[in-house]
Design a protein around this ligand. Structure first.
Ligand code: NI
Length: 185
């Protein structure tokens, strides 16, 4: 079932979400619907607050770089080097992430901030501890788009949006557009 993606200006996007305490059938249903919604909207990640549920739950599916000659991207999974694609799609609860490395500018967008893309500076690597839906824990150490996406999605769980993280000059440029978005959501 496709879910309604909440838009900028909705207070559900600004709340601090609660930890998930039990992995129930309802939760698994929600995950299925979130993945379906993410694919339908061509997103690479979706956090539960974006569909109106303030719990610490995220789904991610990052495609392989399809450029010819590009190599399979490898990341560390529970201390072993594995292809990034081997853990996709990824659904997890109660993430703990530790961004590290050098600050990197990258253009971000968000399914909840329609029509706006902007450069955001974030550390280029992340160590993460994620609980999967079978209760197992996945420890990741990664860079690239996954590191970016993990930081963006985990921000949603604390009520932050990427437009909060742009430079102050960009904030001024975006202010009018965001006001309009909030008024027309
Ligand atoms: Ni987003």
């Amino acid at each position: 079932m496709l879910l309604n993606v909440k838009q900028y200006g909705d207070s559900v996007l600004r709340a601090v979400s609660a930890p998930v305490e039990h992995i129930t059938d309802d939760l698994k249903n929600l995950v299925e619907n979130m993945i379906e919604t993410m694919y339908a909207t061509e997103g690479i990640g979706l956090a539960a607050p974006q569909v109106g549920v303030n719990i610490r739950l995220v789904v991610i599916d990052i495609p392989e770089d399809e450029e010819e000659g590009s190599e399979q991207e490898m990341i560390m999974v529970n201390g072993e080097e594995k292809p990034m694609r081997s853990i996709m799609p990824l659904a997890f609860i109660n993430p703990e992430i530790e961004p590290y490395g050098k600050q990197e500018l990258f253009t971000e967008g968000c399914l909840s901030v329609r029509g706006i893309r902007a450069n955001v500076s974030r550390p280029d690597h992340v160590r993460a501890r994620l609980t999967l839906l079978d209760g197992s824990v996945l420890e990741l150490d990664c860079g690239g788009l996954l590191a970016r996406c993990l930081q963006h999605e985990c921000d949603h769980l604390d009520g932050f949006l990427f437009v909060d993280r742009v430079s102050s000059a960009a904030k001024i440029t975006l202010a009018k557009k965001l006001k309009k978005l909030a008024a027309t959501r």
